[in-house]
Write a protein that binds this ligand. Structure first.
Ligand code: C2E
Ligand code: MG
Ligand code: MG
Ligand code: MG
Length: 283
């Protein structure tokens, strides 16, 4: 509700706005520098098959440890990157890091089937995106089947036709696509019909809510049922307890990801994690 504001209040509000704009500008400048200086890093979070416990793949997540601000959350700097156009440089950084990592893992005999990279829909606005990507995997000698993209939708799709064309092209080059955070935000059922997507990631709010309320349980089951009818794979994100993992497996969800299995970790930590037992959850 809009409240009558006096002059003093308005000034306060205005200063608040300036403060926000200044902060955003500062973050933009600092993010650009951080990208140039290589101050970002990547963490990997395992995804496990809920029935066999086997490692299905990993998701790559961007990290920015700022020298004075500390860890800046990806939700914050990805938004800054999207607004400023730095999202292309961020995407390129992630892609090259992941391709290098896949080569390194292969070199030490750690076979990771696939790495999923989060793809902002803004990145598709660059016409050369898919070709650049195709060239990158070729130059690293990585099979495109081992790179998947989690499509994150932070706002309604602006150019649905163009976006769809790009996604089809991406798919035709062998990259698999997932819909991230399904059920929250802007994805709708029509997207399941139109997008060349093989996997749905159920938003973690439903997984979390399923422990407490029937509606979230019903919605999660409905999404899994729908995905099955469409021959799509389902991943539950934000799995924090064994009870959630068991329930998800029992109602037919394919893959689980979340703190119950493992938190996102550095590539080094991931190697350690794989060592002791490859099937921490198998039973
Ligand atoms: P997302 O792709 O949906 O990733 C899942 C988020 O949930 C990650 O947060 C992950 O650390 C967190 N998470 C995983 N398991 C659990 C759990 O059991 N409980 C809870 N509470 N959280 C869990 P993170 O790393 O902070 O990333 C947030 C979002 O930022 C991502 O959501 C993704 O949309 C975006 N993002 C991260 N890295 C990139 C990137 O390289 N490019 C783009 N475009 N977006 C990125
Ligand atoms: Mg994701
Ligand atoms: Mg997600
Ligand atoms: Mg999310």
């Amino acid at each position: 509700a809009v409240k009558e504001t006096g002059k003093a209040d308005f000034r306060f509000y205005e200063e608040g706005m300036h403060e926000q704009a200044r902060e955003r500008l500062a973050l933009t400048v600092e993010l650009r520098e951080a990208l140039q200086r290589g101050e970002l890093s990547v963490e990997y979070q395992p995804k496990r098959n809920l029935r066999s416990g086997a490692l299905a793949g990993v998701e790559a997540l961007a990290r920015w440890h700022h020298p004075t601000r500390g860890d800046v959350p990806p939700t914050v700097f990805v938004a800054v990157a999207e607004r400023s156009g730095l999202i292309h440089a961020l995407g390129e950084y992630m892609l090259h890091s992941v391709l290098q990592q896949v080569c390194d893992w292969d070199a030490v005999g750690t076979r990771v089937d696939y790495v999923a990279i989060n793809l902002s829909m803004h990145e598709l606005s660059r016409p050369a995106f898919v070709d650049t990507l195709h060239r990158a995997v070729k130059s690293f000698g990585v099979d495109p089947m081992r790179i998947r993209f989690e499509l994150t939708e932070s706002s309604a799709m602006r150019q649905p036709e163009e976006t769809l064309r790009q996604l089809r092209k991406l798919r035709s080059h062998g990259f698999a696509l997932l819909i991230d955070d399904f059920g929250a935000g802007y994805w709708n059922l029509g997207h399941l019909r139109e997008l060349p997507v093989g996997t749905i990631k159920i938003d973690q709010s439903f997984v979390r809510g399923s422990a407490y309320n029937l509606a979230d349980r019903e919605i999660t089951e409905a999404i899994v049922g729908l995905a099955k009818k469409l021959n799509m794979e389902t991943i539950a994100e934000g799995v924090e307890t064994e009870a959630q993992a068991d329930w998800l497996r029992d109602m037919g969800c394919d893959i689980g990801q979340g703190y119950f299995f493992a938190r996102p970790m550095t590539a080094d930590a991931f190697l350690q994690y794989l060592k002791p037992s490859m099937t921490a959850y198998a039973h």
